[in-house]
Design a binder for this molecule. Structure first.
Ligand SMILES: Cc1ncc(COP(=O)(O)O)c(C=O)c1O
Length: 413
């Protein structure tokens, strides 16, 4: 089966969005009798045919468990699985493939660090800093850890645009700060955080830094060496890849020093009833049969992004973001929540007198998929004293015409 889909790129005009749309079969469907307009990309993006083909190809032609078998199918599956690790290494510019740990997604990556590094290094009275912008996945694991260890969770405040107050952050840092864990980009507002500055400042204070890359990896160039964070977690499904697979990147010395996360097959070197020795990186953190099919298909997603070009994708999404922001601002009663200077392609808004959920239902009746609610960021909604927003988030296959549809749908209520 051919899993190589050529992407038509018009160099002068960036990407050819119509050619790109051809690769996403779901975009041909209708919802409530209207062509689907999919603006829920921050929750999960749609998948190109190459990703779907890679999944089908694995199950059709070489389904086997990996690493253990010497038969042909096992070897083919192992090679394809490990090829994804190499592609991820290049995608985020990690120093070595041993630093790339497969997880179920961002949530599991953050929990892995909390359970291993956290339990080894956090003591009573220590402090962990997160921000007001965080997704629940980057709040709750630290709350659990703090409760267990009697440590203290501190929160970086934001201004009314939804930007972190970096001066306040600096004031929070002190010798008791052991970890800073912040999102690279906010899923609810789109704010891009100045992670380089956050990391450098934390390191000067002696703290380790985890960056939640769930919302940034699809939009921004990621270079973990340049960023110099200590851990970076992200999910395949927000990056045109399958669900149930993600990556935790960590600096090798930290990963080596940490205890294992889960015990079982694959993560061991030798087991006796008296003692077990653990496998080398990255397998030490990959207990049990992994999500082989989705890991393999994740490579097709990364190939799609690489072939389309991150720079082209970003330019296109920036255009969509500005266009949507202008369109929405013209609509009476609309208030955009989150107006940071640096944003990924996410627009959150509320409308006077209308509940976000009602707006979501109304738009769905027009075939338009948006997200409504607190976006797994309840403390952030509390900062704005609102129960939730309507969120439109854009991907490489979205168009200005679709944004016009959104605006028309909102005018008509
Ligand atoms: C900023 C952020 N962090 C973490 C997550 C959790 O990602 P996953 O559900 O893929 O584990 C999300 C998902 O929406 C997110 O947007």
């Amino acid at each position: 089966m051919n899993t190589n889909h050529d992407i038509v790129i018009d160099i002068k005009n960036g990407i050819d969005v119509y050619a790109i749309r051809q690769q996403f079969p779901i975009l041909n469907r209708e919802v409530k009798g209207k062509p689907l307009v999919y603006f829920d990309n921050a929750a999960t993006s749609q998948k190109p045919q190459s990703v779907i083909d890679a999944l089908v190809n694995y199950y059709t032609n070489y389904n086997a468990n990996i690493h253990r078998g010497i038969h042909t199918l096992a070897e083919e599956a192992t090679m394809a699985f490990e090829a994804t690790r190499d592609t991820v290494q290049q995608f985020i510019n990690a120093r070595s493939r041993e630093e790339i740990v497969f997880t179920r997604g961002t949530t599991e990556g953050i929990n892995l660090v909390a359970y291993t590094w956290g339990r080894q290094n956090i003591e009573a009275g220590d402090e962990i800093i997160i921000s007001s912008l965080e997704h629940h996945s980057n709040i709750v694991p630290w709350q659990i850890l703090c409760e267990e260890k009697k440590a203290i969770l501190k929160i970086i405040p934001i201004n009314n645009k939804g930007e972190l107050l970096i001066d306040e952050y600096k004031k929070l840092l002190n010798p008791k700060t052991k970890l800073v864990s912040v999102g690279h980009a906010s899923n609810a507002l789109g704010t891009i955080n100045p992670v380089k500055q956050i990391i450098d400042t934390a390191h000067k204070a002696g703290a380790v830094v985890l960056i939640d890359g769930a919302q940034s990896t699809v939009h921004l160039d990621i270079d973990v060496q340049e960023m110099d964070c200590d851990f970076f977690a992200f999910s395949s499904h927000k990056l045109y890849g399958p669900t149930g697979i993600g990556i935790l990147w960590g600096k090798k010395d930290l990963l080596e020093a940490m205890p294992p996360f889960q015990g079982g097959g694959e993560m061991i070197k030798e087991v006796t009833f008296e003692k077990t020795t653990y496998n080398d990186l990255p397998y030490k953190y990959e207990a049990g049969t992994p999500n082989i099919a989705d890991a393999i298909a994740f490579k097709a997603a990364l190939d799609f992004v690489n072939q389309t070009g991150k720079e082209n994708i970003r330019k296109h999404e920036e255009e969509l973001l500005h266009y949507a922001t202008n369109e929405l601002q013209q609509i009476p009663g609309v208030k955009i929540i989150g107006t940071a200077k640096e944003k990924v392609s996410v627009v959150s808004f509320i409308i006077d007198g209308l509940h976000p959920q009602d707006i979501g239902i109304l738009l769905d009746n027009n075939g338009i998929a948006v997200r409504t609610g607190h976006h797994c960021a309840q403390p952030l909604m509390d900062c704005f004293k609102i129960p939730g927003t309507v969120r439109a988030s854009f991907a490489v296959y979205n168009t200005k015409e679709e944004i016009d549809e959104l605006a028309t749908g909102l005018y008509s209520n």
